[in-house]
Write a protein that binds this ligand. Structure first.
Ligand SMILES: NC(=O)c1ccc[n+]([C@@H]2O[C@H](COP(=O)([O-])OP(=O)(O)OC[C@H]3O[C@@H](n4cnc5c(N)ncnc54)[C@H](O)[C@@H]3O)[C@@H](O)[C@H]2O)c1
Length: 341
């Protein structure tokens, strides 16, 4: 659903910036801008800045780091006053989501088992105007770590309104007969049991405060049975099925649960690495050289291009926000048409 939005672009220029911005905003938006955290911090970031406001018909319109987006009628963004927990926040998808949601007014909570990844995301977030964030090192295979993280968020922000349940591992890329059972179990422990643990713990918290929304990151691999990835495929298929039953169980508590299934996202390290792993997997379905593997994959995509991380985040934001308010137990496929039959 498209909606008219105010986009405030902030760039270092003049100390009259704040004044200019208030002049071009409607009186109502001006009132709102002085009362909302996100607006306050974006203007604060722009002290000594020129601020231009203009209307656009995009849902979320980003012009780089120094941009805040808000609704034109109420002066609020889609995620103003939200507390969005992101697992796997130290990874590529999680980092991009954290930046986008913060830009739209959310207080983002970054969870990841990797302290190094979290640090990178925290650094990236510093350049984004918006409210305060929180980063917690948290391994989703641990009950106490997940419970502790949720308790910490409740203490700091009072409640959790959204969860992007996104942490995941790929596991080995090895054909079925040679696949290690230990690795198979490890992948299920993180991608299925860990994801379920996070849903349970966060949903219990959401129920206490009136509800929320959850998006699980699955994969097109679950829909097509990518060769040499039995553990990953099984785990993401389980997550998709889980999304439906959990959506039914939690709908009465005003908690909406949905999933996204991306594929062929790139370019970048993950895309290259994936092609290398497939090329060396020994599977007859893949060429032996990574460049050919990549070309062959793209050949099967009707849109003949890779998808971007931003396109994944847009779908997640749609489902998390009221834009996707009637979506329940669904799965948005972001794959340029690859999985279409
Ligand atoms: N990149 C793609 O093309 C693609 C396609 C389809 C689905 N996905 C899925 O999207 C999600 C994010 O992928 P990404 O590309 O950002 O990968 P990524 O490897 O960059 O990020 C995944 C993050 O999950 C974290 N993580 C792993 N195990 C964890 C645990 N036990 N507890 C907490 N955190 C843990 C990792 O530390 C990492 O930061 C994953 O679930 C992945 O399976 C990715």
């Amino acid at each position: 659903m498209l909606r008219r939005t105010w986009v405030r672009t902030i760039s270092a220029a003049s100390s009259d910036g704040l004044h200019c911005a208030r002049q071009v905003l409607t009186p109502q938006a001006r009132r709102q801008s002085s009362t909302h955290d996100s607006a306050r911090s974006s203007f604060a970031t722009g002290s000594g800045a020129a601020v231009a406001a203009f209307a656009t018909a995009a849902t979320a319109f980003s012009l780089g780091n120094a941009t805040a987006v808000c609704d034109d009628k109420k002066g609020r963004s889609r995620f103003t006053d939200s507390v969005i927990v992101i697992t796997g926040a130290g990874g590529d998808f999680g980092r991009a989501g954290a930046m986008a949601f913060k830009r739209e007014g959310a207080r983002v909570v970054l969870l990841d088992a990797s302290a190094k990844g979290l640090q990178k995301t925290e650094e990236a977030l510093r350049a984004v105007p918006g409210p305060e964030s929180l980063a917690i090192t948290c391994d989703i295979t641990s009950d106490s770590a997940v419970e502790g993280a949720v308790a910490q968020v409740e203490k700091k922000f009072g409640h959790i309104t959204h969860l992007w349940n996104n942490a995941g591992v790929q596991g080995d890329v090895t054909p079925t007969l040679d696949y290690s059972l230990a690795d198979f179990q490890k992948v299920q422990e993180i991608n299925v049991v860990g994801a379920f643990r996070v849903i349970q713990c966060v949903a219990r918290s959401m129920r206490k405060t009136g509800g929320g929304t959850i998006v699980n990151t699955a994969s097109v691999a679950a829909l097509r049975g990518t060769p040499a990835m039995p553990a990953y495929v099984a785990s993401k298929a389980a997550l998709l099925a889980l999304t439906m039953t959990v959506a039914k169980d939690l709908a009465p508590d005003n908690i909406r649960v949905n999933a996204v299934s991306p594929a062929l996202i790139g370019p970048g390290f993950m895309w290259d690495r994936q092609n290398e792993l497939h090329a060396t997997s020994g599977s007859p379905y893949f060429a032996k050289d990574p460049t050919t593997v990549g070309k062959n994959k793209l050949g099967g995509v009707p849109m003949k291009r890779l998808g971007s991380i931003d396109e994944v985040v847009s779908a997640v934001a749609f489902l998390l926000s009221e834009d996707g308010g009637y979506c329940c137990g669904t799965n948005i496929i972001i794959d340029g048409g690859l999985a279409m039959r």
